[in-house]
Design a protein around this ligand. Sequence first.
Ligand SMILES: *[C@@H]1O[C@H](CO)[C@@H](O)[C@H](O)[C@H]1NC(C)=O
Ligand SMILES: *[C@@H]1O[C@H](CO)[C@@H](O)[C@H](O)[C@H]1NC(C)=O
Ligand SMILES: [Cu+2]
Length: 407
Amino acid sequence: MKLSSVLLGALLAVEASCAATPRADDYSQLQDLAKQAEDIAKAQLQAASSKRAPAPPGKCTLQNLQIRREWSTLSKEDRKAYTDACNCLAKKPAKTPAGVSSGAKSRWDDFTATHIAQTPTIHFTGSFLTWHRWFTWNMEQALRNECGYKGPMPYWDWAQTANTGLTKHPLFDGSAYSMSGDGAKVQQTGDIVLSQPSLPDIHLPTANGGGCVTSGPFKDWKVNLGPQQLSVPGGAIVGPPSGNPLDYNPRCLKRDLTDWVNRRYANASSVIDTIRRNSIYEFQGRMQGNLPLAETGGQPDIGIHGGPHYALGGDPGRDVGVSSSDPAFFLHHGMIDRAYWIWQMLDYYPRTYGDNAINGTGTFLNMPPSAPQTLDTVLSQQYVTDQSFKIRDLVSTTAGPFCYIYL
Ligand SMILES: *[C@@H]1O[C@H](CO)[C@@H](O)[C@H](O)[C@H]1NC(C)=O
Ligand SMILES: *[C@@H]1O[C@H](CO)[C@@H](O)[C@H](O)[C@H]1NC(C)=O
Ligand SMILES: [Cu+2]
């Protein structure tokens, strides 16, 4: 308590001194906030260990803390090790019973089947941030424990790709050290149209891809499940051919890397504007693009969560439930989790365990209406893992099962 108020005081002093000096651009503001978050997290771990009590087994310390890093800062070898592990996991047998999902053929598909099945109870709910934090961590653990990957989950910094252009960035340049690049150019006619109750429709342009990914580590990747609700050019929404998104429907990975969408919804200012929101309601609402228009400057928005999903484009990029079948999903959710972590660290206790820690019910936009979720709500990710956790155990990146921060 005492420590955090000292840190908060220091933080406010930093902010005050910033206001007096010329204003840094939004990207460097974002890096400054990340640095503050890092310092606060490390000071907390330092304080916890300075009691000199032997740490209980499994406890997060400065010694075993993992640091998650942005893709382009990894060595080529480390990038290759990551994509090799993804391809390995896509060859391991599924744990999901065929009676639950006949299309789940691999361990990777266990993740997507879980994400599809739970889509109505993990998006626009109280659990959105913690569920996806744990999901991303479960992928990191599967890559490490089942496929020999040694590093932490990398992340996609959309504020960078908004500047460089997606295909110009090492993440999506299509090389052997990327997450593969754009899809082949196919004819796409009409916009992508997104609808939400009580908000105007949003029209997104298409770009220069739309077809199968042609180079890099994932050129032979298979999307086995879905579509569930795939937005296609012209405004239609396409469902599964069999009627069940968990059925087997193998197809290539399609992308339509769309700089316009990345720049419009997930540039550095969008990230800053999200992190500067005070309440969890505004923070996660700004992130998912479901705040009332009065709170988004009169323009409907899809937020820093929706923006990069639709900037990936294609199939499954434009399909909420199946989106985790594009390997880039987990790097996107790494950055979502990084924004959540930075936001939490800037006012740690209230935003982690206190009255600003959770807001929302257990159903998509509260449809159908359901009870508010709390820190005692239990989350499951069967058949990704047999473990289940209370949300309370998933709110800190340095407690519960977790021990990581971001650079
Ligand atoms: C960057 O993000 C801000 C805030 O979301 C938005 O208003 C602005 O239009 C975006 N910039 C571009 C170039 O689209
Ligand atoms: C979330 O916060 C908003 C704004 O404070 C509030 O109106 C709403 O009732 C809260 N939702 C739940 C489920 O508590
Ligand atoms: Cu999701």
